[in-house]
Ligand binder design. Sequence first.
Ligand code: PEP
Ligand code: MN
Length: 340
Amino acid sequence: MIIQLDPAISEEAKAKITDTLGQLKFKGTEVKTQMGDYLVCIGKTNIDIRQLGFLPGIIDIHKVSDDYKLVSRKWKVNSTKIDLGDGVVIGDGSFSIMAGPCSIEGEENVRATIKHLKENGVNIMRGGVFKPRSSPYSFRGMGIDGLKMWYNIAREEGIKIVTEVMQVSQIEEMYPYVDVFQVGARNTQNFNLLDELGKVDKAVMIKRGISGTIEELLYSAEYVFSGGNEKLILCERGIRTYEKASRNTLDLNAVPILKDKTHLPVVVDPSHGIGIRDYVDSMSLAAVMAGADGVIFEIHPLPEKAASDGQQTLDFQQSAALIRKMKKTYTLREEFEMAV
Ligand code: PEP
Ligand code: MN
């Protein structure tokens, strides 16, 4: 059960609600987000909410039986839109395209990538400056100086930045230069990081854990949301299975399931999802038709020279063709949706 509180509620009224909840064998946790104040309550399910509804300081009460509550569509029916500013919105019914190198490698690469993105009508760029690498000897990113360099160029060109934050101590130094904090698949259940991102007033994109279930992804989102930040995006990026023919198994089942279970936008990462350049196209188009709100994929002027993940990275020509195909496919999806 979620109780939506009047932001101007008195301490006395709050105490009265807590007291009544106790009598009804419920435990309430107060959640203050940047958009609203709530009491998230755990207890028996067969309660008549009219037993509470008359109390002062309550705006509304919602019964939500899922264990994740604030991210559930049972609590909020309408899809959440993530406004990144300057007219860039994710989850507003349009299809968002985000692309960029696996790792930020230098100014020349950033400028070339931004030029390509702008020529193709894309205004959100991905790229890692703190890279989680399986081997400690692999390239681990340009760090904060790389982010500042990227930011200076991106701001000039009107491009938004999605980049991975790996640990709590990086949030503050990254904050001024980031539009969307990415939580990587290796950090989906780093609950300290999720708690801290709950306090930030910028968007957060949480990737599904390498061996994480859909439900666990929703719990991770609930951490950030209940920490105070409602600007959340979920990303399906493939999971580890027994299949060895691809890097990961892109679980497109997750798209309609998540779209049904949560009001948050859902994007797909076909690059990490399949891990093979030649098949990124197919999976991107499948993601469009599966109902995703967007796609995030890896590009590089010379993929075979990329500092990381070159094997799954598209060159600019392939990227331009994919963007065209995705836009066309999205028009088809809209037609199908209209026809129903
Ligand atoms: C990435 O996006 O560069 C990345 C490392 O992704 P993931 O966390 O999904 O492996
Ligand atoms: Mn990568």
